[in-house]
Ligand binder design. Structure first.
Ligand SMILES: C[S@@+](CC[C@H](N)C(=O)[O-])C[C@H]1O[C@@H](n2cnc3c(N)ncnc32)[C@H](O)[C@@H]1O
Length: 260
């Protein structure tokens, strides 16, 4: 990671922290404010990235946050921003929980995965959810948010390719388009857009439910945020059926242990 990338990363993370309309987090922040009271809670921000959301939880509620990520560059940026903001109630750590599992003492009231699940291959994701189910405190919940694969922005490269739903272009064509517009990103694990694109698992609601089968977790709430929710009377309706499912930009799923 160059110094310039590092500095850009800190600025990006700070925008995610400060800006309630930050592009991929606006609906997440709105829903979390509406639906969750995090006061007094222990929170795991799984795949915290550059830390903007972990710091946002810590600043908006009287809670204790643990932000972990597999990517060392992201954690370095998180720690730098934490120091800059002077927020104390967050601990950031580079950690792969499949190598260093969460222990009996690490229990959380809420686990958040904001835009993380679509980046992890299914056999690994299945093992991660199995483990996360065991780290929930009594009555604990896991909140998973992601752009479903049919979404106009699911490719994670629309900002450079400038074509919504470009994941449906012929393979060779999308590859060439990304290659032509490719940019370096700060990740230690994924360092450019082509790598990031091929790292996606094409997640959908049904695939996620399938992944969760062995975890003992079950859904208690689902929201499919669709462009049509802007129409009068449709604000709270889940319009996630064909062909309108192509207009769903973000899925939200709240999970709890089935034996709760
Ligand atoms: C798109 S970023 C989202 C970051 C952050 N949650 C946010 O919303 O800004 C996805 C993050 O998941 C992390 N990640 C991917 N696989 C992971 C794993 N197995 N364990 C922990 N973090 C992982 C990546 O390193 C990356 O930081």
């Amino acid at each position: 990671m160059t110094q310039e990338q590092f500095e850009e990363g800190v600025l990006y993370a700070e925008d995610n922290f400060r800006n309630d309309n930050a592009p991929h987090l606006a609906i997440d922040k709105k829903l979390i404010r509406e639906k969750f009271d995090l006061n007094g809670k222990k929170i795991l921000d799984f795949g915290c990235g550059m830390g903007g959301m972990s710091l946002w939880y810590a600043d908006n509620w009287d809670c204790e946050v643990y932000g972990l990520d597999i990517d060392g560059h992201h954690i370095k940026i998180s720690k730098t921003l934490q120091e800059k903001l002077g927020i104390k109630n967050v601990t950031f750590e580079k950690r792969n929980i499949l190598d260093t599992p969460l222990s009996e003492d690490e229990k959380f009231d809420y686990v958040f995965l904001n835009d993380v699940a679509e980046h992890i291959q299914f056999p690994i994701l299945e093992r991660i959810f199995k483990q996360l189910s065991t780290c929930l405190a009594e009555g604990g919940r896991i909140f998973v948010t992601y752009p479903p694969w049919k979404s106009p922005y699911a490719s994670h490269v629309t900002h450079v390719v400038k074509i919504p739903w470009c994941q449906y272009l012929p393979k060779k064509m999308i590859h060439n388009l990304i290659e032509k517009n490719n940019i370096q990103i700060v990740g230690e694990e994924e360092s450019d857009l082509l790598e990031a694109y091929y790292g996606l698992n094409h997640l959908t609601h049904n695939k996620l439910i399938d992944v969760l089968k062995t975890s003992g977790l079950s859904p208690v709430y689902r929201k499919s945020h669709c462009i049509l929710n802007r129409l009068p009377g449709l604000k709270n309706t889940n319009i996630n059926f064909f062909p309108f499912d192509f207009l769903v930009t973000k899925e939200f799923l709240l999970l709890q242990n089935s034996n709760n």
